[in-house]
Write a protein that binds this ligand. Structure first.
Ligand SMILES: *Cc1c(COP(=O)(O)O)cnc(C)c1O
Length: 383
């Protein structure tokens, strides 16, 4: 295998030691928040002041009127769809390359996923694919910002608004912002632009409580429907006071961390841009401040003996925290979904995406440069 060859050539010494890089990091203010939750007894309560504070911070940071806390980003997407009024047998448009749970969230309601393509050499919905996918049954479109690439929400909004004037159901834009808290388009916070949006506070995410999520909206009807679904005489998908307590202080550092990750991501995109075998990230919307949960590349198809799994394994052997992207939905049976167009870009994204996990993006420039070197070394050793 390719990676064995590389290790043999090199004698096995990794370019990078990333073993000490941890995420999430329990800062002093997070420790204080936990201590306070222990002292005031809220750690053992159903509700707490920290939960109210978290809702306030979400409203302020994402510039929305309302937020509902829940147990995960996966559930948040379903709650957002329920809030949007999606019913059984409706159609919901989503990208052929997306977080696996989003397809399942549509199915959980008994609605039908309708797959459209992502942009060429990218990971987010191609606005040009929406119109041909819309029918009178379309009730929502899930728009995910993925791998640091922001979707063109203004473009999507204008297509949906034009459509919503006519007959048929009103189409609701469900923004999946699980990967991008802190990101912005033209000064607007990602996660605050769709009719309703989903956030994740999962253990690897940029805002993290191990588990947890939220939905955000300005629309009282959307929030009310989501609340009714989540309320079963008790909260069915709760976030706990302790989770809320550790999340609140993270908003104090989100802005500076977003800027730091962004600068390092740009540095790395730049230093790898001359590599023929890789296609790096370009933003499709001008004025984007990207938030990086993962930094992506597409590995160009190269035969023989060149597979993404080998590339990823060789990079991992160099200490670079990379993995493969999502598997995409191309293989989903036509009984489970409707596919519009060729989905060729989604297929390429599913087969060729390599992503760098974000914690290294808060490291020094010298570490970023070593990652660039490791990538070049693995590529050149494979020739
Ligand atoms: C992580 C993620 C989710 C789900 O969040 P969990 O809290 O892990 O359930 C949904 N969508 C996207 C794009 C994600 O990256």
């Amino acid at each position: 295998m390719l990676s064995d060859k590389i290790l043999a050539i090199d004698g096995g010494k990794p370019v990078l030691d990333t073993s000490a890089i941890a995420w999430p990091v329990a800062s002093e203010s997070i420790r204080d928040a936990v201590r306070q939750a222990l002292d005031d007894g809220s750690w053992g309560h159903y509700e707490s002041a920290s939960m109210e504070l978290l809702i306030d911070k979400l409203k302020t940071n994402f510039q929305v009127d309302g937020a509902i806390l829940c147990s995960s980003g996966t559930v948040a997407v379903e709650l957002a769809l329920r809030g949007a009024g999606v019913k059984a047998n409706d159609e919901v448009i989503l990208a052929g390359y997306d977080f696996p749970g989003n397809f399942r969230a549509v199915e959980a309601i008994g609605a039908r996923p309708v797959l459209i393509d992502v942009v060429e050499n990218g990971w987010v919905i191609d606005v040009g694919q929406i119109e041909p996918a819309v029918t009178n049954d379309t009730s929502a479109i899930i728009v995910s910002h993925l791998h640091g690439q922001a979707a063109d929400l203004a473009g999507i909004r204008s297509i949906v608004d034009a459509r919503n004037i006519g007959v048929g159901k009103r189409i609701v834009i469900v923004e999946d912002a699980c990967q991008v808290p802190g990101g912005r388009i033209d000064g607007l916070p990602l996660g605050g632009i769709g009719n309703v949006s989903a956030l994740s506070f999962g253990g690897s995410k940029l805002l993290s409580a191990g588990r947890g999520g939220a939905i955000l909206s300005n629309d009282p009807d959307i929030l009310q429907r989501a609340r009714i679904f989540a309320q079963r005489g008790n909260e069915a998908f709760p976030l706990s006071p302790l989770q809320a307590a550790v999340l609140c202080p993270q908003f104090d550092t989100l802005g500076e961390m977003t800027v730091a990750r962004n600068a390092n991501a740009i540095r790395l995109i730049h230093s790898t841009s001359s590599i023929d075998d890789l296609i790096g990230l370009t933003q499709i919307v001008e004025g984007t401040l990207a938030a990086y949960y993962k930094l992506p590349w597409l590995l160009k198809d190269r035969t023989p003996g060149w597979a993404r799994a080998d590339f990823v394994q060789a990079l991992q052997a160099e200490g670079v925290p990379v993995g493969e992207g999502f598997r995409g939905f191309l293989r989903r049976s036509p009984r489970r979904c409707r596919k519009v167009g060729t989905l060729v870009n989604s297929q390429i994204a599913a087969q060729q995406t390599v992503v760098l996990h974000h914690p290294v993006l808060l490291e020094a420039e010298s570490t970023i440069d070593l990652i660039g070197e490791a990538i070049k070394k693995v590529i050149s050793n494979s020739r």
